[in-house]
Write a protein that binds this ligand. Structure first.
Ligand code: UDP
Ligand code: MG
Length: 321
């Protein structure tokens, strides 16, 4: 493996508790890379796995000089682990892949061909998704619809992080310092020439999803707050709506009083207070989401800490990267 940027292709894979599938992943990815007949590296990021993923990655680096193992200091989450791999990889073109083989590595060839047509980004567009519950599909589609409404960056629906990007795009991506990372959105934000690549998404080869509802919600909130400040305006919208409602009730009460009718007030008062109170708290919560993120960004901590980088090339050259 050459130093500098002399690798034609990098495949970057974040891995968290994937020991059941990682050998299969390695076999299929290296077969796909070998077919290209160019220099390549496979960057496997261990995101603080609790199983033997780390040992398996290190074993692969010993077996094959194409493999670079990056061991993070703890579990930082999918998007950060991916960012770590993207920062360390050195290819002119970079394939982003999940470790669970839901996105077939064999599509590398056709995606490379598509990029040869002059695109900077070739992103996978999921045509069919095997083995996903209707709930995941429904929430995903709702999420992209809301995100599309809120943000002015066109983030295509039904995409994941599975994509081929070139060095130019990656340099821009790596230059974005934010820690709440929604990488597919950030790539859309960059722009340049992008093209969809429709494919069939399979079910997981082994193991279970690491995106239960809670983590999906967090990713969704990260995405919304990273790509839109529209929710901050909800406060004024609510304010205007409830103000108008208040005036209307007042007018109604005055007319009723003039007609000789005194309206007993406490039920309506109580409900109005409850509604207003809840809206105020909701709006405060939205402000809080943004404020908290600003606070975390303001600390300017590094995105991740690397425990160790292992590759045979580095060991043979007598230095660890
Ligand atoms: N992943 C990670 N850190 C985490 C959770 C997930 O690096 O904290 C990796 C995981 O190993 C996989 C990818 O991110 O390669 C996507 O995760 P998963 O397949 O569980 O998500 P799903 O496909 O179900 O959305
Ligand atoms: Mg998956």
């Amino acid at each position: 493996m050459a130093d500098g940027l002399n690798v034609a292709l990098s495949v970057v894979v974040p891995c968290y508790n994937e020991d059941a599938g990682i050998d299969e992943l390695y076999l299929r990815v290296s077969a796909a890379c070998e077919q290209q007949g160019q220099t390549y590296e496979i960057v496997l990021v261990n995101d603080g796995s609790a199983d033997t993923t780390r040992d398996k990655i290190f074993a692969l680096t010993e077996r094959d000089h194409h493999v670079v193992g990056i061991d993070l200091a703890r579990n930082y989450g999918h998007q950060i682990a991916l960012s770590a791999g993207l920062e360390f990889c050195r290819g002119h073109r970079i394939l982003i892949l999940d470790a669970d083989l839901q996105d077939p590595p064999e599509l590398l060839g056709p995606m490379m061909a598509k990029m040869d047509e002059g695109y900077d980004v070739v992103y996978g567009l999921r045509e069919a998704r095997e083995g996903e519950s209707w709930f995941k599909l429904a929430t995903a589609s709702l999420f992209y619809r809301v995100l599309g409404k809120l943000s002015n960056v066109g983030i295509p629906a039904n995409t994941g992080d599975f994509r081929l990007i070139n060095r130019r795009t990656l340099d821009h991506l790596n230059a974005m310092p934010e820690r709440y990372r929604f990488i597919r959105g950030m790539v859309s934000w960059i722009g340049l020439r992008q093209c969809a690549f429709p494919y069939q998404r399979h079910s997981r080869f082994a193991g279970e999803t690491h995106y239960p509802l809670r983590k999906m919600l967090i990713l969704a909130i990260d995405a919304m707050t990273s790509f839109s400040v529209t929710p901050l305006r909800f406060a004024s919208h609510f304010g205007i709506a409830f103000g108008l409602l208040g005036i209307a009730t007042l007018i109604y009460t005055i007319f009723a009083w003039a007609a000789g009718q005194v309206l007993p007030g406490w039920t309506s008062l109580a409900s109005i207070m409850l509604i207003l109170g809840s809206v105020q708290l909701l709006v405060l919560g939205i402000f809080g989401e943004y404020l908290g993120r600003m606070y975390m960004e303001a600390k300017r901590r590094p995105l991740f800490i690397v425990n160790q980088v292992v590759s045979r090339a580095a060991v043979e050259a007598g230095h660890a990267r």
